[in-house]
Ligand binder design. Structure first.
Ligand code: GLU
Length: 323
């Protein structure tokens, strides 16, 4: 059994990521799973220089260790390319020259589950080959996965039975961008399969990716390698929105720099994981002994940062005072 911690170096590790990683780590250490650290650095323009090192240092500071890695995705383009070529050869993927604007304009169903427009299939049977698409449009095509007209069902170990109407909810999605870089959905499946990942524990903002990933496993002939998924509620701001800059500085490194001790930080995260009897300070051993996944709340954690100007200080004080 093996899980992975998979930070994207598009920004610093914040308290929400730290909580998800902590739960993943606690589960792994309780269950005896191996842990792999994978840096998901494919999202070119959004990658921040040094964010990978920062994430590694933050994890190390918290004491969340791993058995394998770090493995970076960027040098693995050749593996992703092979998978894309196989899908094209099997008729499971095709070139697409639509721009995002065109997709948005032509989409019949306004939006997929995750807010992206459902691709209307404009290029589905349009070009006999990638070369033909290139010739006809004078630009590099993206590659889309031909989604089967099927209901995908699966069981999330934390959230229970799930269902997705692939054609209606997902639509044909991009697996390689026009610049040739593999899209997240493809890269994650190729990597999880190649690296022997059996357990995926991640934020529930990614739950709509799971049916896409499951159909990719099937199309690549890897059905037996589909991992067990657990999607956890996120940490949100008091406005109900996902933790972001507007909620102030919630980076783990920010608290480190303020001199907050690791034990104080672990206590806060531990309380957010529903660990009972946690006071002002905690060690990983204590959390590991007392954490119970079966008791984990299904509601998001609300990070209450107090009001605007009092935020930094108020928050800092609460962390220091342990309230
Ligand atoms: N790298 C992704 C993120 O930071 C996680 C991907 C995954 O767990 O599948 O959101």
């Amino acid at each position: 059994m093996k899980t992975r911690l998979a930070p994207s170096p598009t920004g610093a590790l914040h308290l929400g990521n730290a909580r998800t990683f902590l739960i993943n780590w606690l589960l792994a250490r309780q269950q005896g799973w191996k842990i792999l650290l994978r840096i998901e650095d494919l999202d070119g323009p959004r990658i921040k220089l040094g964010a990978d090192q920062q994430a590694i240092e933050d994890l190390q500071w918290l004491g969340l260790d791993w058995d394998e890695g770090p493995i970076y995705q960027s040098p693995r383009q050749g593996e992703y390319r092979l998978a894309v070529e196989k899908l094209i050869a099997d008729g499971c993927a095709y070139p697409c020259v639509c721009s995002r604007k065109e997709v948005d304009r032509a989409a019949s169903a306004p939006h997929a589950e995750d807010g992206a427009a459902v691709y209307p299939g404009t290029c589905r049977n349009r070009f006999p080959s990638i070369e033909a698409a290139r010739q006809a449009c004078g630009r590099e095509p993206a590659i889309r996965f031909r989604v089967p007209d099927e209901i995908i069902t699966w069981t999330d170990e934390f959230r229970g039975p799930q269902r997705s109407d692939a054609a209606k909810d997902l639509g044909d999605f991009v697996i390689a961008k026009a610049d040739g870089v593999a899209a997240y959905q493809l890269a994650v499946v190729v990597d999880d399969a190649a690296m022997g990942i059996t357990q995926v524990v991640r934020g529930d903002d990614l739950i709509d990716s799971t049916p896409r990933q499951i159909i990719l496993y099937r199309a690549l002939g890897w059905s037996s390698r589909i991992p067990i998924y657990r999607h956890l509620p996120l940490v949100i701001g008091s406005d109900g929105r996902r933790l972001a800059k507007r909620h102030g500085d919630t980076r783990v490194s920010y608290y480190r720099r303020l001199g907050i001790s690791k034990e104080r930080m672990l206590a806060l995260l531990g309380r957010w994981c529903g660990v009972p009897g946690i006071g002002d300070s905690a060690t990983l051993d204590e959390l590991s002994n007392r954490f119970d996944m079966a008791k984990l709340s299904h509601s998001p954690i609300v990070f209450n940062n107090g009001d605007d100007s009092s935020f930094y200080e108020g928050n800092q004080m609460r962390m220091i005072n342990g309230t």
